[in-house]
Structure formats: structure tokens, C-alpha cells
Write a protein that binds this ligand. Structure first.
Ligand code: 4AD
Ligand code: MG
Length: 482
């Protein structure tokens, strides 16, 4: 009878020795000496490998030639206390099945340092590296923490549509969804494409955000959140933008802007603390990785804190809350503005903040996370609640060191007449948004919400500098392989 497989994480966590076990995984390295081969095997359950000891009296040379980096093995043997350093136990192999070979002349992942750029081109294999397996275990833990946080608070997880018939949010360019034959779409008498004959009988797109539908949920279930994919067809080739990314959007009835800021701050600290508690080994690995990277940078460009220290700092300290107006004053009088170092100089109230300004505020001025609120109405979305001054809205953005904007949200305009006026001013067709307006007509209530870009959170927690390295298969301009 075969023994069932033990995960390497479980095996390494026990100190029980002198018993049989079967492990399955992929070869990271093989080291051969005179009478024995040492095989480091990894199954992704932990960053650590199990050391397999294969005696050459049991396994022939020709058999061991099939055991190369990348090959997949099933190994049964005896767990013993390890004599070598670096591991507590090792497995003395009795039988080895090669489930899948990996030809060393072709397998692209060799036991040496590969650049992240190169690994991006082999995304189908990069999860087999220490760095990416750590990143994706942390990504999993963060998403689990997101659900746990909201579940503990009694929020309802609401799935909002991915295909949407509205183009109203204005959060970004959209991808069209159609079942037409693009070479020959049906046309109206005027020669326009006749969308009434398309699959949904109207023009449809991939959603940029679940917010508008989440608001409908909050007006019935009080507290809801979404956690799903969103799509933006902007041509932004940056280290912080994806064309397909995951967003978490809580929406809360009876909450005003300050409640919204409190919720967002508590939420971010909770998920960061959860990861610190549950991903120690992976974080230590990434912490050391970052330390090595830093050493290759000039002294004045190195970050002041290590990865774990930075996470603990953010989890412990109160975020700075600053109005847009105060921020503009700080920026106007800042050194880079006076010395014309910003690409976009700040000369008057009303200017939209660029990421260089956000990062100055967070990294140079306040040196901690910042919540900016009360933005000019003109530079924010139509649904944000107008303040008494008639020119600012109850918007709030959270800015993080190294990332810039990680959260965008607001108190929503719940007053029917004011919202209708705003829609007119923003050129948003009422007929398309009748359902949104009806929530303001029937039992309206103050409410607030925000959106957290999940990949930007994973970037922050793992210290990865490019957003394409924190999602398994990134979608970006000219990039949809895998
Ligand atoms: O600020 P945004 O556009 O806000 C909304 O979509 C609102 N509907 C949210 C709400 O109030 N419910 O996007 C929210 C967050 C940003 O702060 C950023 O973290 C992330 O989503 N984000 C992106 N992440 C990766 N790639 C992109 N192209 C992103 N665009 C926004
Ligand atoms: Mg935003």
C-alpha cells in the first residue's frame, strides 16, 4: 500500500523522525558526491526545500541522470534527523519515481539568479522560483485576510457584474464586449454599427469598477464589499498599472467621510498585520532579497527601512490626514516645486496631483501613509458628495510610500437633486443611469465607500517594484501571453 503524500511544509514542521513518508515536488538542485546524491525538492507549500538523500548503491548513475533541476519526483523513504546544516530533517530515499523529466539543455530555470524581466517572459514557470512562490503565497494570504476582515465585521460579499452596460463611472477607458463578427457587423440604415442586434441588445464593456452596483447593495444590505477583476484600457505602461487588476470595494450605508477613512485605515492595518503573523518565512526571504537589491543602489537612493520594518511601521502608526488644500500649500512651497524639479509644477489650487506630488508628500514630507481628502469637485468623479463650500467634494485617497495612490474613495452624493445636477454637468446620460438615480429617489441615505487596488497592496507588502510581478499572468499593453 502506498503511503499518502505529505506536504513538505508539514513534514518540516514536525520533529518526528524514523518514519516513512512520501513527498512529491520539483527538483531545485542536485548535488552529487562519491556515494550519494543530495536533491533539494520543493512542492510550493513552503519556501523551504526538503533534502532527499539518494544513495548510489540504491540508485544507478543512469537513473540519477534523469533527476535534473525542474524534474518532478515522487519520493518515498525514511525521515531522519539531518546531519547537515540548514535543515532539521531529511528524507533517505527508498524509491524515487520520476513523474516528469526536465531536459537540462532546454529547461530555462537554472539554479542561479535570473532577472525579473526574464522571468516575466516565462511566467508559466516563474512560480517555481523562491521569489514568485513567496509572492503568490502572500497574495493568497492577503486575499484570505480581506475576506476575514469583512466577514468579522458582518459585511456581505457581493459579486457585481464583470460585463456592464454602463460607461458612466469615467474611471478609465473600457474594453468592448461583443459577439459580432468584427469584419461584418450589422449596420443601421445610417451605416452605424447596430448594437441592438448584438448579444445583449446594447453596447457592453468590461467593468472598470463594481462601485455603482455595490452602492445598490449597500442601500439594502447596509454593508457590502466586492472583490473582483476590473479592466482599464488605458495605455499606461507603468510599474503601477495593469489593464486587468483586482479591486476590493466596500460600500457602507450611514457612513460619512470620516467613517470611511477609519474603515480604510483599520482594514489596511488588519491585512498587513495578518500577513506579518502568517507569512513570516516568506516575508523574511523577501526582506533579505530587498536588502541585497538595495546594496546595488547608490547610498542616497536606498530606502530607510527594510521590508518587514516598513510593514510594522505602517501597521503601528496613525495615517496622516490632510486636506487637498493643505497639500497644495505644502507642495507649492516645497523645494522641488521652487527649484522646478517636478515635471508638473504646482502653481494654483485646483491642479490635479501627479504621482510625483503624491510620493513627495508621503516619502519626503510626512514620511508615513497619508489620507488626502476634500478634493476639488472638478478633478473627481460625479458621484462624490459636494461639500458646503460648493467647490470641493468628500473624496479621499490613501497614499503609500513607494506606491503612491493605493486607495481611492469618497462619501457618495445621496441627494437626488444635487446628483442630477452633477450628472448634467459631467455629461452623463440620465436614461443610462436611471437605476442609480432611483436609489436616491427611494429611501436614500448617506453612504461611503472606497476601492483598494489589490495588486498595489501586494506590491507594498512584498516590496516588488513592478506590478507585473505580483499577479500570476499580467495583462498590460501588448501583453496577453499565457
Ligand atoms: O481610484 P479608482 O479609479 O477608484 C474607483 O474605481 C472607485 N470606483 C473606487 C470606489 O470608490 N469604490 O481605483 C481604485 C484603486 C486605486 O486607488 C488603485 O489602487 C487601483 O484601484 N487602480 C489600479 N491598480 C492597478 N492598475 C490600474 N490600472 C489601476 N487603476 C486603479
Ligand atoms: Mg483614484
Amino acid at each position: 500500500m502506498s503511503i499518502s503524500r505529505t506536504k513538505i511544509a508539514v513534514l518540516l514542521a514536525t520533529s518526528e523522525v524514523d518514519r516513512e513518508a512520501t513527498v512529491k515536488g520539483w527538483v531545485r538542485t542536485k548535488r552529487e558526491s562519491k556515494n550519494v546524491a543530495f536533491i533539494a525538492l520543493n512542492d510550493g507549500s513552503t519556501i523551504k526545500n526538503i533534502q532527499i538523500v539518494a544513495d548510489t548503491s540504491t540508485f544507478s548513475e543512469s537513473f540519477l541522470r534523469r533527476v535534473n533541476t525542474g524534474a518532478c519526483l515522487s519520493v518515498t523513504g525514511k525521515i531522519v534527523a539531518s546531519q547537515g546544516k540548514g535543515q532539521s530533517v531529511e528524507l533517505i530515499a527508498e524509491t524515487i519515481d520520476v513523474l516528469g523529466e526536465a531536459n537540462p539543455d532546454e529547461y530555462p530555470l537554472q539554479p542561479k539568479k535570473h532577472s525579473l524581466e526574464f522571468l516575466r517572459e516565462i511566467a508559466h514557470l516563474r512560480m517555481r522560483t523562491n521569489t514568485f512562490s513567496a509572492v503568490f503565497r502572500i497574495r493568497h494570504t492577503l486575499s484570505f485576510a480581506v475576506h476575514q476582515f469583512f466577514n468579522e465585521k458582518g459585511f456581505v460579499y457581493l459579486n457585481t457584474p464583470i460585463i456592464t452596460g454602463s460607461d458612466a463611472e469615467g474611471a478609465g477607458e473600457m474594453f468592448k464586449v461583443t459577439s459580432f463578427d468584427l469584419k461584418n457587423p450589422p449596420r443601421t440604415e445610417e451605416g452605424e454599427i447596430d448594437y441592438t442586434r448584438d448579444f445583449f441588445g446594447k453596447e457592453t464593456n468590461l467593468t472598470v469598477s463594481g462601485q455603482l452596483e455595490a452602492e445598490l447593495g449597500a442601500m439594502a444590505l447596509s454593508e457590502v464589499y466586492t472583490f473582483g477583476p476590473t479592466f482599464r484600457a488605458e495605455n499606461s505602461n507603468t510599474s503601477r498599472h495593469l489593464a486587468e487588476f483586482w479591486m476590493i470595494e466596500p460600500e457602507v450605508a450611514f457612513a460619512e467621510i470620516n467613517d470611511n477613512m477609519n474603515l480604510a485605515e483599520e482594514f489596511l492595518k488588519y491585512v498587513i498585520n495578518y500577513t506579518l503573523d502568517h507569512c513570516q518565512e516568506d516575508l523574511e526571504f523577501l526582506n533579505n532579497r530587498q536588502e541585497q537589491e538595495e546594496k546595488t543602489r547608490p547610498q542616497n537612493e536606498r530606502s530607510a527601512m527594510g521590508l518587514i520594518e516598513k510593514l510594522e511601521f505602517v501597521a503601528k502608526n496613525t495615517f496622516e490626514r490632510v486636506t487637498y488644500t493643505e497639500a497644495i500649500d505644502i507642495l507649492k512651497n516645497s523645494k522641488p516645486n521652487k527649484k522646478k524639479k517636478f515635471n508638473y509644477l504646482i502653481d494654483e489650487w485646483g491642479a490635479d496631483l501627479q504621482s510625483e506630488h503624491e510620493r513627495f508628500l508621503v516619502e519626503k514630507h510626512f514620511k508615513k501613509p497619508v489620507i488626502l481628502f476634500d478634493y476639488p469637485a472638478k478633478i473627481k468623479a460625479f458621484y462624490m458628495r459636494l461639500n458646503e463650500d460648493g467647490k470641493t467634494v468628500r473624496a479621499m485617497d490613501i497614499l503609500f510610500p513607494g506606491i503612491g495612490e493605493i486607495v481611492g474613495g469618497s462619501q457618495r452624493e445621496e441627494r437626488y437633486d444635487v446628483l442630477k445636477e452633477k450628472m448634467k454637468a459631467f455629461d452623463i446620460p440620465e436614461e443610462e443611469m436611471w437605476w442609480y438615480l432611483e436609489t436616491r429617489k427611494f429611501g436614500t441615505a448617506p453612504h461611503s465607500g472606497f476601492g483598494l487596488g489589490f495588486e498595489r497592496l501586494v506590491q507594498f507588502v512584498t516590496g516588488m517594484t513592478n506590478i507585473r510581478d505580483v499577479i500570476p499572468f499580467p495583462r498590460a499593453p501588448k501583453n496577453a501571453e499565457f
